[in-house]
Design a protein around this ligand. Structure first.
Ligand code: 5AD
Ligand code: SF4
Length: 472
């Protein structure tokens, strides 16, 4: 009898949700080759770094990780064992040749648009005796989505589904248009198929992904073109799919039809990530955002009218070249006026090849740090206030991951808050009602009070009332 020993695959994911999705799809592609994922590079037959190039720090992490991996590989090879190293994602796209030149232990570099060709790359890499790794950083004419395996068993109760990729907006600070390529929307039929398969495999919540997801315009089965609102309405019809979200949106593509969809669809969760980057019109113009702070405020007003209680999130960059104290004060004022439930804020990081990196008036590092600390203090107080506002309320939570403590599960409220409860593992994948007890800026704790939990009986009842606090 021949026993097939699974080959160990370790993929480390950096950066955005798009990369998380891509990692799942790479796993799908490699599964038929006998690879099975493990959670450490130790002893793995293949290690892939799925990288992020958005800020300098993100890129640096890749090179330091490669330093560790190259030593690990040298040791393994000295012991006669084989270990393939692949670098995927946006650093591979932008700096693939440089990686191969600097780290000769790297066997493959490939960009975000070519991982459907991984099986051929792996075969090639295994037979490669040239002493230099192979590279595939094309923007191929074929779409990877047409070549990925249909079946994906690697997503859980809350899944990502990529519907749109790339960006034509060319914000002057951003590498995405260069690393992910031109804007592309997947055809509706393949999105619906993937969504139905996910739900059949136990997914209850789908987050549609795209660098410019609300700019989605996919070809529909009848040959017409559907925008995001229409797609969401169709997805909402899928039985068993209780929750929908989408990210990331651009203010200029937030049209009235999409806003109306929020008012109409109960399964569209009351959370919106809508980056503004800066509250200063002068900086927004230099960023090539093509909208003003006022236009953004008006969109927020419309969204809040359509969905009372909506939780809002944004991205901010401080210290963009030429940003003055006044510009920064405009950002603080906008944040004060809008009030955010969540947010992501960064110091401007000059990215090679982007227009803003060439502007002379770069802001000194200490000024950036000071501004970031001030902004984050304000935002953090808003996050806490939003979370505290839900204490005592009962929120529905999709339990989708284990917490750090024993008998603890975690999930998201409709407002995208992280919620931790004590609950038996068999509630994983269920939407339960949770009475919220404590709040901090990043998460909530509470007790499961109704829903499926009631069916669990006395044993489970013993577990209630012991909400644990966990920081994420
Ligand atoms: N420097 C700092 N932050 C950046 N982002 C994108 N490019 C840069 C950069 N060069 C931030 C933006 C974007 C988020 C994904 O990353 O806020 O919305
Ligand atoms: Fe980057 Fe701007 Fe495109 Fe967003 S909209 S991906 S920030 S270029």
């Amino acid at each position: 009898m021949v026993t097939l020993v699974a080959k160990k695959l370790y993929i480390k994911t950096y950066g955005c949700q798009m990369n998380v999705y891509d990692t799942v799809r790479m796993t799908d592609v490699l599964t038929p080759l006998g690879y099975k994922t493990v959670d450490s590079p130790e002893g793995a037959d293949m290690v892939i770094l799925n990288t992020c190039h958005i800020r300098e720090k993100a890129s640096e992490k890749v090179f330091s990780e490669l330093g560790l991996l190259r030593r690990m590989k040298d040791k393994r090879e000295a012991a006669g064992e084989r270990m393939l190293i692949g670098v995927a994602g946006c650093v591979a796209q932008a700096e693939g040749e440089e990686i191969l030149r600097r780290v000769k232990q790297v066997d493959m570099v490939f960009g975000p648009q070519t991982y459907h060709r991984l099986p051929e790359m792996v075969t090639q890499a295994l037979g490669n005796t040239s002493g230099r790794g192979i590279s595939d950083t094309d923007f191929p004419v074929e779409s990877k989505f047409d070549f990925l395996p249909e079946e994906s068993n690697h997503q859980g109760p809350a899944a990502f589904l990529s519907v749109q990729e790339g960006c034509d907006k060319f914000c002057t600070f951003c590498v995405v248009p260069y690393t992910r390529g031109a804007e592309f929307s997947r055809p509706v039929a393949s999105i619906l198929e993937e969504a139905r398969r996910l739900v059949a495999n136990g997914t209850r919540e789908i987050t549609l992904l795209g660098q410019n997801v609300n700019g989605f315009h996919g070809e529909a089965p009848d040959g017409s073109n559907w925008k995001l609102g229409r797609l969401l309405r169709e997805l909402a019809e899928i039985d068993g799919l209780g929750r929908l979200r989408y990210t990331t949106s651009h203010p200029n593509d937030m049209d009235d039809e999409l806003i109306a969809t929020h008012a109409d669809l109960a399964s569209l969760m009351p959370y919106m990530h809508l980056p503004i980057q800066s509250g200063s019109d002068r900086i927004l113009e230099m960023m090539n955002r093509k909208h003003t702070a006022d236009k953004y405020r008006k969109i927020i007003d419309k969204l809040r009218t359509a969905v009372p209680g909506l939780s809002l999130s944004s991205d901010f960059i401080v210290g963009f070249p030429g940003e003055t104290d006044q510009d920064f004060a405009d950002t603080l004022r906008l944040v004060t006026d809008v009030s955010y439930a969540q947010s992501y804020s960064f110091k401007y990081s000059p990215r090679p090849g982007t227009p803003a990196a060439g502007i002379e008036a770069q802001v000194p590092e200490d000024v950036k740090s000071r501004r970031l600390a001030m902004l984050q203090e304000l935002l953090s107080a808003q996050h806490l206030a939003f979370n505290q506002g839900t204490v005592g309320k009962t929120l529905s939570v999709l339990l989708e991951r284990k917490g750090r403590a024993e008998n603890q599960l975690g999930g998201r409220s409709p407002y995208m808050q992280s919620v931790f409860v004590k609950a038996p593992e068999r509630l994983m994948g269920q939407v339960v009602d949770v009475k919220i007890e404590t709040a901090n800026p990043n998460s909530l704790t509470g007790t499961v009070v109704t829903g499926d939990y009631e069916n669990v009986g006395a044993q489970a009842a013993n577990l209630t009332g012991t909400g644990m606090e966990v920081r994420i």
